[in-house]
Design a binder for this molecule. Structure first.
Ligand SMILES: [Zn+2]
Length: 250
């Protein structure tokens, strides 16, 4: 019998904090997840695992960011209104992120009046954030819902084919099952191959667009920023181009 076992991260809800979100470019409520490394057997875990760290997820845009628990006075059990959440969990937020908050305010007021170097810095930072998110996504083995559905569908299809053959043409059961199995496998492989594209479309591009929108970037600025990203050897530069970014901004 083949045992598939090892350790995998288990995420469990731990509370809420207020912090700065670089995608929303504002103070936001974040839900906090405890990351535990737990033993699994066929990817099934029973414990929350040994503490490996925490992450925070913006309640507005869904951006997941690493988290240093020492920055907060405590975690809140409830998602309080933002001002209250800030007072109870992160009273120094506005001081710690004074520069970013001031830059965001300037951007909202007159984005095109920001000087070139600041615009470049902001565009680069927005791209770098998503380049990191893509690296993080690709570093872990996780399957999205379409892949799980295709695995379930392939399994059900094989069972149905087997049952039908058993009743109608038992002499063809072996060949029939092999064909059904490879058709199912093909469907799963197809869904797996599309998973990265779905992540770009659903998760990455909307967040990138959200963080870039207040800057109202020109195509030329995005072209240059993508070239810089490319020269740094970042994967994101190979997955999307500036035209696609401009389309997501519309
Ligand atoms: Zn956000």
């Amino acid at each position: 019998m083949i045992f598939v076992w090892g350790r995998k991260p288990v995420y469990s809800h731990a509370g809420y904090v207020a912090d700065y979100c670089p995608v929303c470019r504002a103070a936001r409520a974040f839900s906090v997840q405890r990351i535990g490394m737990a033993w699994h057997l066929w990817y099934i875990t029973v414990t929350k695992g040994e503490l490996a760290g925490y992450q925070r997820t913006c309640c507005d845009c869904g951006m997941v960011l690493p988290m240093e628990t020492g920055h907060y006075t405590r975690l809140s059990a409830e998602q309080l209104p933002l001002v209250q959440l800030e007072q109870t969990t992160n009273p120094h937020l506005s001081i710690r992120h004074a520069d970013a908050l001031a830059a965001a305010a300037r951007m909202r007021e007159a984005p095109l009046l920001l000087d070139e170097s600041e615009r470049r810095r902001q565009i680069d930072a927005a791209l770098r954030l998503q380049a990191d998110a893509l690296d993080e996504y690709e570093s872990a083995t996780r399957l999205d819902r379409e892949v799980w559905w295709s695995i379930g569908g392939a399994f059900a299809f094989c069972v149905v084919v087997l049952m039908a053959l058993r009743q109608q043409a038992p002499e063809n059961m072996d060949n029939g099952f092999i064909i059904a199995f490879f058709l199912g496998l093909g469907a799963v492989a197809w869904q797996l191959s599309q998973m990265g594209e779905r992540f770009l479309q659903r998760e990455l591009l909307p967040k990138l667009a959200r963080s870039l929108a207040p800057l109202q970037p020109r195509q030329g600025e995005i072209d240059d920023a993508m070239q810089r990203l490319h020269s740094q050897g970042r994967k994101l530069a190979k997955r999307i181009d500036s035209t696609r970014i401009m389309q997501s901004l519309r």
